[in-house]
Write a protein that binds this ligand. Structure first.
Ligand code: HEC
Length: 112
């Protein structure tokens, strides 16, 4: 029982490798870039920012009104399944591997 609890506690977000995250970010660039709004909003400074806050980008009402802040943990949930975190949002892209999510979040955290 104690072992099971310990095992569950270690299933936290893994440490991220920002260099690998930068490579994986290529997969986001069909819709996003750091400095230009595109299909999706620009990303520079996103870690720690309120959701739906980039000027000049036409967000869904759902994300705009979500009241979320993009902490690493929140980004992890978003990238796991945006539609589950914010029903009615308009990003349809998911990252199934926890390590990939952690790496991309580590990369984004450096893009200030
Ligand atoms: C197929 C297009 C597409 C891809 C690929 C995509 N996104 Fe998005 N993303 C969007 C759209 C569209 C929105 C706006 C969602 C809304 O307004 O509901 C968005 C919103 C976001 C937001 C919220 C930003 C804010 O200002 O609130 C984050 C963070 C984000 N995407 C991260 C990523 C990351 C990281 C990847 C790559 C792993 C990625 N997205 C891949 C289309 C995409």
């Amino acid at each position: 029982m104690i072992l099971a609890l310990l095992a569950a506690a270690t299933v936290a977000i893994p440490a991220g490798d920002s260099v690998h995250g930068g490579q994986l970010y290529q997969g986001c660039m069909g819709c996003h870039s750091l400095d230009e709004n595109d299909v999706g909003p620009k990303h520079r400074g996103v870690v720690g920012r309120a959701a739906g806050a980039v000027p000049g980008y036409a967000y869904s009402k759902a994300l705009k009104g979500s009241g979320l802040t993009w902490t690493p943990a929140m980004l992890d949930q978003w990238l796991t399944n945006p539609q589950a975190l914010v029903p009615g949002s308009k990003m349809y892209f998911r990252l199934t591997k926890p390590q990939d999510r952690a790496d991309i979040i580590a990369y984004l955290a450096k893009q200030k």
